[in-house]
Design a protein around this ligand. Structure first.
Ligand SMILES: [Zn+2]
Length: 197
């Protein structure tokens, strides 16, 4: 399908820029770049597990997901993440760390860059379903329901891995701190295998 310039309305024409074929305006500098959307997800720790919401909208109607959503143009991703938590599970959430940044490929819509945080509920906060959720629940880590999105499955798997082996994280952080301070690195202590269910 043909597209048009947002500046002058001219029909865009194919052009190759840095080896990529794009649509560009023949009159001015407008290029229709297909940039990824940026989205956040938060693993919210609560008493006894993590908070999930069951979706009241498509995609994934009726399925469970992490709170989160798209980052606005003028918004810090961390602010977007906490805003989405307020909207979806109706509680203030304090972000406590970054789980990871993920490429989420899509075929029919722009691909996404997913930024996953861990966070925790403010004291005494009780999650409740926002407008886009049918219900919210706190799930134990060994009894999680099927999730709506593959990207959320990846995030939760990463989170579970970090919970299962905190001993692996510690030497790495220590090594990074030593490196910054210009001290020689010690070999990381061997990690003992842990039993998994
Ligand atoms: Zn133009």
């Amino acid at each position: 399908m043909g597209h048009f310039c947002v500046n002058c309305g001219a029909a865009l024409v194919p052009r190759v820029i840095e080896g990529r074929e794009v649509e560009a305006c023949p009159n001015d500098s407008f290029v229709l770049w297909h940039d990824p959307k940026v989205s956040t997800a938060v693993v919210v720790e609560a008493d006894g597990g993590i908070v999930l919401g069951r979706r009241a909208i498509e995609p994934g109607y009726g399925l469970w997901c992490l709170p989160g959503g798209f980052v606005n143009d003028d918004e810090d991703p961390a602010v977007a993440a906490t805003r989405e938590c307020l909207e979806e599970i109706c509680v203030p959430v304090e972000l406590t760390g970054l789980i990871g940044v993920y490429h989420i490929p899509k075929t029919d819509t722009p691909s996404m860059v997913g930024i996953a945080y861990r966070g925790r509920l403010a004291d005494q906060a009780q999650p409740a379903a926002g407008a886009e959720m049918l219900e919210v629940g706190v799930f134990k880590l060994d009894a999680l329901p099927p999730l709506a999105f593959p990207s959320h499955k990846t995030v939760v798997a990463e989170y579970l891995k970090s919970q299962a082996s905190p001993a692996v994280e510690a030497p790495r952080l220590e090594a990074a701190a030593a490196q910054r301070a210009g001290r020689p690195l010690r070999a990381p202590a061997p990690t003992t295998p842990r039993r998994r269910r």
